[in-house]
Ligand binder design. Structure first.
Ligand SMILES: [Mg+2]
Length: 242
């Protein structure tokens, strides 16, 4: 479905990407819970799926998941490594192409900030453009609490963060989940990246859907014809040719 409002057509100054199942093929919380007993693991998976499908508000799920897992500094470093090693094909090329056109690229995620920062660095995204939930650790690196005041730990938080980072609304977001879709009203475009997980309710409401496991396929929806032509003539031409 193409957006029918001209004012929503590209160019966009700011592009937001979700992290879990969008920039990376994993869900960070699933990595954390992999060491829990099977029953607890199944419970957390159920809660996460319900939140991502929009059936449960995120804040009902967030604290419960973290109380069950209590990630230490070492756990967070392990997830960070997993995020980088499972970055989706084309992620670096996509970010580099957008940067070459002068776009601001942000990550907006309900995931844990210390685990996401290394992926951001790997993709060439600066830390101040990473919006995620902080974690409080003690001097030994043990879990104390999560950043309870973060808007990203509750439903309705992504629109707030998106609006603050791109107040003119000339922005697009690429994501796979219900919390990504919530930001649609403050964006010019919402691209559903279904290359990792396809969530029917999100697909149905998206302006565009990409089903290939290749993030460069989102560029066709994020750029004007002139911007694509500019890329084609430069060192990032490969990002369009995949
Ligand atoms: Mg996601």
């Amino acid at each position: 479905m193409e957006p029918n409002r001209d004012r929503d057509a590209p160019p966009y100054g700011t592009i937001f990407f979700d992290c879990d199942s969008t920039l990376s093929t994993i869900e960070g919380i699933d990595e954390l819970t992999s060491r829990l007993p099977e029953a607890a693991r199944a419970r957390v998976r159920e809660l996460t799926d319900a939140a991502m499908a929009g059936d449960l508000p995120l804040e009902r799920v967030f604290g419960e998941r973290l109380d069950a897992t209590r990630p230490s500094e070492a756990d967070l470093a392990e997830i960070a490594d997993r995020y980088v090693s499972t970055a989706v094909p084309g992620a670096r090329e996509t970010v580099a192409a957008l940067h070459s056109l002068g776009k601001e690229v942000h990550i907006v995620s309900g995931g844990l900030r210390p685990a996401i920062l290394p992926l951001a660095e790997h993709l060439g995204i600066t830390a101040e453009r990473v919006h995620a939930v902080g974690v409080k650790l003690d001097g030994e690196g043990s879990y104390v609490d999560f950043e309870r005041e973060s808007p990203l730990a509750r439903s309705g938080g992504k629109p707030e963060v998106v609006r603050a980072a791109a107040p003119d609304g000339r922005a697009a977001l690429v994501g796979d989940g219900a919390t990504d879709l919530e930001a649609r009203s403050v964006l010019a475009r919402f691209v559903c990246f279904a290359g990792v997980v396809e969530r029917p309710a999100v697909v149905a409401a998206a302006d565009n859907v990409v089903r290939e496991l290749d993030l460069t396929r989102t560029l066709q929806h994020l750029l004007t014809a002139d911007e694509r032509a500019e890329l084609e003539g430069g060192p990032h031409a490969g990002a369009l040719a995949r």
